[in-house]
Design a protein around this ligand. Structure first.
Ligand code: HEC
Length: 205
């Protein structure tokens, strides 16, 4: 028993001699990395303006954790689509979203000058035939509208609209590639002329 203890102790003592420079090396590396990072932020002119080009891997850094979070919290729509749902969605969209995300045939004047750009949700992508987010699950769009997307200018609407109202908009956007009944198309077109009215906050449940 005692011998075992001794041999353990002595082997620890022997490696301790090599451990100290190793630990110092790690500490030094950490200090250099922190100092280097700070110097880059202060003097390296990293992109801060909306008009600056992207950081290397910026899109991946943001989209990987965002996608993982949405996958975890993905919900299914509690009701299906109908003209009423589209009309309600179009009213909300025209009031709160169109200024950044545009309407059919009408782009937001400043959406593309944001960083990241606010995608035009009734327009075909530059590459391919997909309109807006109509290829995404309604639950993914619902999550983005409800929670917003950090550091992008995309607001969280959970305190402004009820969950049902958010689903109305998510289902409307899921069907942005479909022809809409006249009243819905008409409501969407109202954006450019309608005065912006802020919806009254939804009281927390
Ligand atoms: C102040 C401008 C602004 C307003 C108002 C706004 N958004 Fe956004 N939204 C953005 C920006 C910028 C992005 C891009 C975020 C990104 O690239 O990650 C975005 C992203 C999105 C996305 C994800 C697009 C994609 O390709 O995945 C959806 C869906 C969306 N917004 C819906 C809405 C809806 C619905 C409303 C209204 C209830 C709204 N937004 C209001 C700026 C805005």
């Amino acid at each position: 028993m005692t011998t075992q203890h001794n041999s353990k102790y002595s082997s620890y003592g022997r490696s301790g001699g090599r451990l100290a420079p190793f630990v110092l090396g790690i500490l030094f590396t950490i200090i250099v990395a922190i100092a280097g990072g700070w110097a880059y932020l202060k003097y390296g002119r990293p992109p801060v303006a909306a008009a600056d080009p992207a950081f290397p891997f910026e899109a991946q850094i943001v989209h990987v954790p965002l996608g993982a979070r949405i996958d975890k919290e993905l919900q299914k729509a509690p009701f299906g689509t109908s003209e009423d749902v589209f009309e309600a969605g179009a009213k909300t969209y025209a009031t709160s979203c169109a200024s950044c995300h545009g309407t059919p045939g009408h782009d937001s004047p400043y959406g593309k000058w944001m960083y990241p750009q606010a995608p035009q949700l009734f327009k075909k992508h530059i590459r391919g035939n997909v309109v807006g987010v109509s290829d995404d699950e309604a639950g993914e769009t619902f999550w983005k509208i409800k929670n917003g997307i950090r550091l992008t200018g995309m607001p969280a609407y959970q305190h402004l609209y009820s969950e049902a109202q958010l689903w109305d908009v998510a289902l409307l956007l899921k069907n942005a590639d479909q022809p809409m009944p006249d009243p819905v198309a008409h409501l969407l077109q109202q954006e450019s002329t309608a005065p912006v009215s802020v919806p009254s906050p939804v009281s927390p449940k």
